[in-house]
Design a protein around this ligand. Structure first.
Ligand SMILES: C[S@@+](CC[C@H](N)C(=O)[O-])C[C@H]1O[C@@H](n2cnc3c(N)ncnc32)[C@H](O)[C@@H]1O
Length: 280
């Protein structure tokens, strides 16, 4: 079993390597695919003029820009991300009231009790030790502050990810499964685990509500199959398989996705938790 330090190093290497590169290469498509979820988490966060805000795991900074717009000239947003390449892209936006820092939000030295809002869209599921990480975020909040974030529910509840994965599985080497306490995209899928982490980190007034929205995978089935071959977990499996098996996997994915193709693109259901809490 990997230690917490090994898991943290693995995450840092991933987001500074292939994870960051592929996110950067596909971020415009990703923005379109999760647009419905974004609007909801930003509305729930309700950033107000003059507020001090942190965007955790800000990536290329799209949500940071929205938050910066909401807090206006009298407010300020700090975007923190572990990935240098993504922070460079975020800085290129040149936002007047936002700054971006490369760092691990779990250990970042935030000013104490200074923030009105700690926000994240899909950026808090990658902490190797989530309780101390959320304690660090809680310390940065004013007593009147709030935490608002979005995370994926379990893969079984997310057909946009599960349908292609299941279709390809018979033709590919088995995927490495993370342990229930390991960091990763679906590590906050279990509501009870999210509750436990936040309570142990000192948060109270927890509200964890399901949010279901379609995820746009791409304009048509061939484009989606092409993307899956380039980005994400399936592309890594393709890299380990024989070319003939990859072809079979791609055909199986195309067949599985065909029922979801519409004039507006290939859309499958997605399922998230919209989480809010306050420092206890
Ligand atoms: C799924 S992406 C989401 C990016 C962005 N929030 C968005 O919605 O476009 C996850 C982000 O979390 C960042 N990340 C992962 N672990 C982190 C950590 N310990 N501290 C700060 N950022 C982290 C990654 O580098 C990546 O940019």
């Amino acid at each position: 079993m990997k230690t917490r330090d090994e898991l943290a190093a693995e995450q840092a290497a991933f987001w500074n390597g292939p994870g960051g590169q592929t996110w950067l290469a596909s971020y415009e498509r990703i923005q379109r695919s999760i647009a419905g979820f974004s609007a909801d988490v930003l509305a729930a966060a309700a950033a107000r003029p003059g507020e001090q805000v942190l965007d955790v795991g800000c990536g290329t900074g799209e949500t940071t820009a929205e938050l910066a717009h909401a807090v206006g000239a009298a407010g300020r947003v700090l975007g923190v991300d572990i990935s240098e390449v993504l922070v460079s892209a975020a800085r290129a936006q040149d936002l007047p009231n936002a700054v971006f820092e490369v760092g691990d939000a779990a250990a970042f030295s935030f000013e104490s009790s200074a923030l009105d809002l700690v926000f994240s869209r899909f950026g808090v599921m990658f902490f190797a030790a989530p309780v101390p990480a959320f304690r660090n975020l809680r310390r940065a909040l004013k007593p009147s502050g709030r935490l608002v974030f979005l995370c994926w529910r379990r893969p079984q509840e997310n057909p946009w990810a599960l349908v292609p994965m299941r279709a390809a599985a018979p033709f590919l080497p088995p995927m490495e499964r993370p342990g229930p306490e390991d960091p990763g995209q679906y590590s906050f899928g279990d509501k009870a685990r999210v509750e436990r982490i936040l309570r142990e980190a000192g948060f109270a007034d927890l509200v964890i509500r399901p949010l279901d929205r379609p995820v746009l995978l791409g304009p048509d089935v061939p484009a989606v199959v092409d993307n899956l071959g380039k980005f994400g977990p399936l592309s890594r499996q393709f890299g380990e398989a024989e070319p003939a098996q990859v072809d079979k996997a791609k055909q199986a994915i195309a067949e599985a996705l065909r029922p979801y193709a519409t004039a507006d693109g290939v859309r499958l259901a997605g399922a998230c938790w919209l989480v809010s809490a306050q420092p206890g």
